[in-house]
Design a binder for this molecule. Structure first.
Ligand code: ATP
Ligand code: MG
Length: 415
C-alpha cells in the first residue's frame, strides 16, 4: 500500500480531472460506494473459484460477527448500490466511480495491495452499441491523456453461459490428457473452474493450452451476432483492435464481450483497463434481469505510463505562480490582503503568501523553491510608497516597482 506524496499528486490530479471531464462529456454519472461490503457479495458475484476470492481478499469479522471485506473491485458494490436504491428500475444508467480497491497480492511493479481503479458500469442496454461506446470513450480518454499511441485494444466474445458450459466440457476433455503436466492451480481448477485455466501464467500450462479447443468455435448464435456487430461498429468508428480468442477475464460474471487495453511500456503488468459484458449479474444478485457492461482501469499503471513515457504535460506540477514576501509588521499585514485580492483577480493561479518571517534572503530562497514565476517584495519602502516590487524569478527582466492597485494587471501581463 503506497503513500502518494505531494510531488506525485499533481499527476494524479491531472489524471482524475481528465477522467472526470471525459466521462462527464459522455453523460456518465458518478456514484460513490463504501469501501467495505458483506463478504458474501463478492463471493456470489466474482465467483468462489477465482484468484480474488480464493486468495486475495482482505476479510474480517466486525464487532457483530458479520464477515466483511475490503472491496477488491467495484462492480459488485455498484450493482448492490444501484439495486438497493432502485436506480435500475425500468431505466438505463451510465455510472462511474473511482476509489481504492484492496487485494492481497504479491506486491510488484504495477501490482499493489491497495490500488486505485476508475470503474464504469452501464445498465439496461443489451446491444453492442453501448459496448462500442465504452471502447470509444476509453480511446478518447487515452487521447486526452496523451497515451493514445501507447495502448492497444484486444477484444473477444466468451459467449453465453450455455456456450461456455459446452466449451468447458471440451476443454476439460482435452486438458485431462495433460493433467500431470499442468501447474497445481490449474490441476485443481480442472474440476472446480476449468475456464480459469485459460488465465494461467505458467509457461508449461500455456504451452499445453496452445493446442486446446478454442472458445469461439462454441459460441452461440446470439453472441456471435453481437460480436460481429460490435466489430462493425468499431470499424466504422475507426477504433483499432485485435481479436484475441484466448482472452477470458478472471471474474465469473462476464459473458459475451470482453476486452482489455494493453500497453507494452510497463513490462509484465501491461493491462491498464479491462472489462466486458455481465448480463447475468444483476439477476444473480437478486435484481430483475438487467443487461450490463463495464470496465475498470488501474490508475497506478496509467500514471506509471505517463511518467515512464515522460508524457506528463509541462503545466502539470505543484508550482506556485506568484510568491509574496514581506519584511516588517505592516508588510506582513499588506501581504495577506494583497494575496487575497490577487487570488480574486487571477483565478486558477497559485498565489503563495510567505508566512513564518525570516530574512529577505531566506524568503527569496523559498520563493525560488516554490517554482513561482514571480516574487512580490513588500518592505518598509514599498509600504510607505503604496507600491510593491515585482521580481521575475525565471527571466532576466529587471525588477519593477508598481502601485499596489496595479499589481494584478502587471502580473496578468507577465504570467
Ligand atoms: P491482472 O491480470 O493484471 O492481475 P486483473 O484481471 O486481476 O489484472 P481486473 O480485476 O480486471 O484486473 O482489474 C482491472 C484493472 O485494475 C487491471 O487491468 C489493472 O490495470 C488494475 N489492477 C488490478 N489489480 C491491480 C493491483 N493489484 N495493483 C494495481 N493495479 C491493479
Ligand atoms: Mg489479478
Amino acid at each position: 500500500m503506497n503513500d502518494i506524496l505531494p510531488d506525485q499528486t499533481p499527476v494524479w490530479q491531472f489524471f482524475e480531472e481528465t477522467v472526470r471531464r471525459v466521462l462527464r462529456s459522455y453523460g456518465y454519472q458518478e456514484i460513490r460506494m463504501p469501501v467495505v461490503e458483506q463478504t458474501d457479495l463478492f463471493k456470489r458475484s466474482i465467483g468462489e473459484v477465482t484468484d480474488i476470492v480464493e486468495k486475495e481478499m482482505y476479510t474480517f469479522n466486525d464487532r457483530n460477527g458479520d464477515s466483511l471485506t475490503l472491496r477488491p473491485e467495484g462492480t459488485a458494490g455498484c450493482v448492490r448500490a444501484a439495486e438497493e436504491h432502485g436506480l435500475l428500475f425500468n431505466q438505463s444508467r451510465r455510472l462511474w466511480y473511482t476509489g481504492p480497491m484492496f487485494r492481497h497480492e504479491r506486491p510488484q511493479k504495477g501490482r499493489y495491495r491497495q490500488f486505485q481503479q476508475v470503474g464504469v458500469e452501464c445498465f439496461g442496454m443489451a446491444g453492442p452499441d453501448i459496448d462500442a461506446e465504452l471502447l470509444l470513450l476509453t480511446a478518447r480518454l487515452w487521447e486526452q491523456l496523451g497515451l493514445g499511441s501507447h495502448t492497444r485494444l484486444e477484444i473477444n466474445s466468451i459467449g453465453s453461459a450455455e456456450a461456455r458450459r459446452t466449451y468447458r466440457d471440451a476443454l476439460v476433455e482435452y486438458l485431462n490428457v495433460f493433467r500431470a503436466e499442468l501447474d497445481s492451480d490449474s490441476q485443481r481448477r480442472l474440476t472446480t473452474n476449468p475456464l480459469r485455466i485459460l488465465d494461467s501464467k505458467s509457461p508449461e500450462t500455456r504451452r499445453i493450452l496452445a493446442g486446446a479447443p478454442c472458445l469461439d468455435a462454441f459460441l452461440d448464435e446470439d453472441s456471435r451476432e453481437h460480436f460481429s456487430r460490435l466489430r462493425q461498429l468499431l470499424d466504422s468508428a475507426g477504433v483499432a483492435y485485435t481479436v484475441n480468442s484466448g482472452l477470458v477475464r478472471g471474474l465469473d460474471y462476464y459473458g459475451k464481450t470482453v476486452f482489455e487495453w494493453i500497453t507494452d511500456s510497463l513490462g509484465a503488468q501491461g493491462t491498464v483497463c479491462a472489462g466486458g459484458r455481465y448480463d447475468g449479474l444483476v439477476e444473480q444478485l437478486g435484481g430483475k434481469p438487467t443487461p450490463a457492461v463495464g470496465f475498470a482501469m488501474g490508475v497506478e499503471r496509467l500514471i506509471l505510463m505517463l511518467e515512464t513515457l515522460e508524457l506528463v504535460p509541462e503545466h502539470v506540477n505543484g508550482n506556485a505562480d506568484v510568491y509574496i514576501t514581506a519584511m516588517g509588521e505592516q508588510a506582513v499585514a499588506a501581504s495577506l490582503s494583497i494575496g487575497q485580492s490577487l487570488r480574486e483577480r487571477l483565478p486558477g493561479r497559485v498565489v503563495v503568501t510567505h508566512c513564518g518571517g525570516g530574512s529577505f534572503k531566506s524568503q527569496m530562497k523559498k520563493a525560488d523553491r516554490s517554482g513561482a514565476q514571480v516574487a512580490i517584495i513588500l518592505g518598509d519602502n514599498e509600504i510607505a510608497a503604496g507600491t510593491a516590487s515585482v521580481k521575475s524569478l525565471r527571466s532576466d527582466q529587471a525588477q519593477q516597482s508598481v502601485k499596489q492597485d496595479q499589481l494584478a494587471e502587471t502580473l496578468i501581463a507577465i504570467l
